[in-house]
Design a protein around this ligand. Structure first.
Ligand SMILES: [Zn+2]
Ligand SMILES: [Zn+2]
Length: 273
């Protein structure tokens, strides 16, 4: 039984919103992904991975225990932050700075200022303190982390409470919390692995769907009009700015957009993009 799934209903179109990524190796990402023909890939020109400086970071966040039935259930993570930053690699810096972890998007401070001073909305930028510099840049210029401030408008995963909602071996339950949808992937009593994933065959009693980034659906009626939206989403307008600025390296993956339930005003704002 599929207990976690992604609802793909609605009137879906593409081309308004994009997932912004700064891959460690752009060409590898393009070669190894079957969707890459749909992506917008920055002109990397002569800027190859082997010549750039890049970041190794440690990221921390705080769990939120918000379930009304079980205080052990983690319902969210907040205050995601950089704990430690190391600059590695060579001596070139482009507008975007590659990083080993992809939670954040980093730019030079110069390019961050151009973004902030543009007409694009929903962007905050934060200082990046380099704790250790192992790159060939003796005096690295300041860097910034981009904060995507627009309200989250991506459709969430859905959960189906199984019936019976318990481990088939020892009857311990619930597997899916009816209050917060926390999932027990391994039975806490008998240690039976309960959940398998859709990307590989498995013999576990429950299945959770894996959704690719480019399958995400933006609920256009929940969009607050920002160009930089939580989840590293940007609008087509922001993408055009990056292209006009010849910013590099980045990939923009088109998201599906549900345009059902739009007011006339919202539809006009989308069409104007
Ligand atoms: Zn719960
Ligand atoms: Zn069990």
């Amino acid at each position: 039984m599929r207990i976690r799934y992604y609802d793909r209903s609605g009137e879906l179109v593409r081309g308004h919103f994009f997932l912004l990524e700064v891959p460690l190796d752009t060409q590898l990402a393009v070669r190894t992904n079957s969707d890459s023909a749909l992506w917008t890939v920055s002109d990397t020109g002569t800027m190859i991975y082997e010549s750039e400086a890049y970041l190794q970071t440690t990221v921390e966040s705080d769990p939120v225990y918000g379930c009304r039935l079980d205080p052990k259930h983690v319902t969210d993570y907040v205050n995601m932050r950089l704990e430690w930053v190391q600059l590695r690699g060579f001596s070139q810096l482009c507008e975007f700075v590659r990083a080993f972890l992809d939670e954040f998007v980093f730019t030079t401070a110069d390019f961050a200022r151009r973004l902030v001073e543009s007409s694009l909305t929903g962007l905050a930028t934060f200082d990046v303190q380099i704790d250790e510099n192992l790159s060939l840049l003796h005096d690295p210029p300041p860097l910034r982390r981009l904060g995507f401030q627009g309200r989250n408008c991506t459709r969430q995963m859905r959960f189906r409470v199984p019936e019976p909602n318990e481990c088939p071996r020892c009857q311990r339950g619930p597997i899916v919390c009816p209050a917060c949808q926390y999932v027990e992937y391994v039975c806490p009593a008998c240690k039976l692995e309960l959940v398998g994933w859709t990307n590989e065959p498995h013999d576990r009693p429950f299945t959770a769907e894996i959704v690719d980034d480019s399958d995400y659906i933006v609920e256009a009626h929940e969009w607050d009009g920002s160009d930089f939206i939580k989840g590293k989403l940007i609008t087509g307008r922001a993408l055009q700015f990056l292209l006009d600025a010849h910013a590099t390296p980045f990939i923009a993956k088109p998201c599906w957009t549900n345009v059902e339930r739009l007011s006339n005003e919202q539809r006009r704002a989308l069409d104007a993009m």
